[in-house]
Ligand binder design. Structure first.
Ligand SMILES: [Ca+2]
Ligand SMILES: [Ca+2]
Ligand SMILES: [Ca+2]
Length: 195
């Protein structure tokens, strides 16, 4: 009986509020080589298009590892790549690899938004693959991670190796632990005296 109640309440919680995650890691290595790709396992595409790229593609584009994303697809309207999952509230470390478009000589603009972090990168076409590491990002419950490419000429900034991880709870939080143990001890004592 108790078990069934627990199941029902967890189901109700699940339907009322989307589940959040506390980490995300994507090397894009399992994407196909496909323009205007929308079937990413971890990402939704909106406001335009992006291309899935595999090393060995006809354009000679390289990724850090096997596959990556050209954030300006092939419809003349660069897309937004947004995590399907929202994140649990807390502090996070975010990292990702970016390169310039590797093709024409124009520079490109990309805004990355996650919690209280928002920054617009302007990368020259020949900017080499670089890892960007952002620590101490404050995230509200349900916030998503977005890569939003500006403009649209089908030739955009390349993205690989996105990683999001929760920052461990600071040691100071454990200061509360002795107080809690003391409280439990008091309760036990009270119970014993009744018996
Ligand atoms: Ca990759
Ligand atoms: Ca493209
Ligand atoms: Ca461009």
């Amino acid at each position: 009986m108790y078990k069934r109640q627990a199941l029902i309440s967890s189901f109700a919680f699940g339907s009322a509020q989307a589940a959040t995650v506390s980490s995300l890691s994507d090397s894009f290595d399992s994407v196909p080589s496909q323009t205007n790709y929308t079937s990413f396992s971890n990402w939704d595409v909106s406001n335009g298009t992006v291309d899935a790229i595999q090393v060995g593609n006809p354009w000679g584009l390289n990724c850090v590892t096997g596959g990556c994303v050209d954030l300006d697809g092939s419809t003349g309207n660069a897309g937004d790549l947004t995590s399907k999952d929202g994140f649990s509230a807390g502090q996070y470390t975010l990292s990702f690899d970016l390169s310039g478009n590797q093709r024409n000589s124009a520079s490109d603009g990309l805004t990355v938004k996650f919690g209280d972090y928002e920054y617009t990168f302007n990368l020259a076409s020949n900017a080499v693959w670089t890892t960007f590491l952002i620590s101490s990002v404050n995230v509200n419950e349900g916030d998503k991670l977005s890569f939003m490419h500006a403009g649209g000429d089908n030739i955009g900034i390349m993205l690989d190796n996105v990683s999001v991880s929760a920052v461990p709870i600071p040691a100071a939080a454990f200061l509360f632990a002795p107080a809690l143990l003391g409280f439990m001890g008091l309760r036990r004592k009270a119970k014993n005296s009744v018996a």
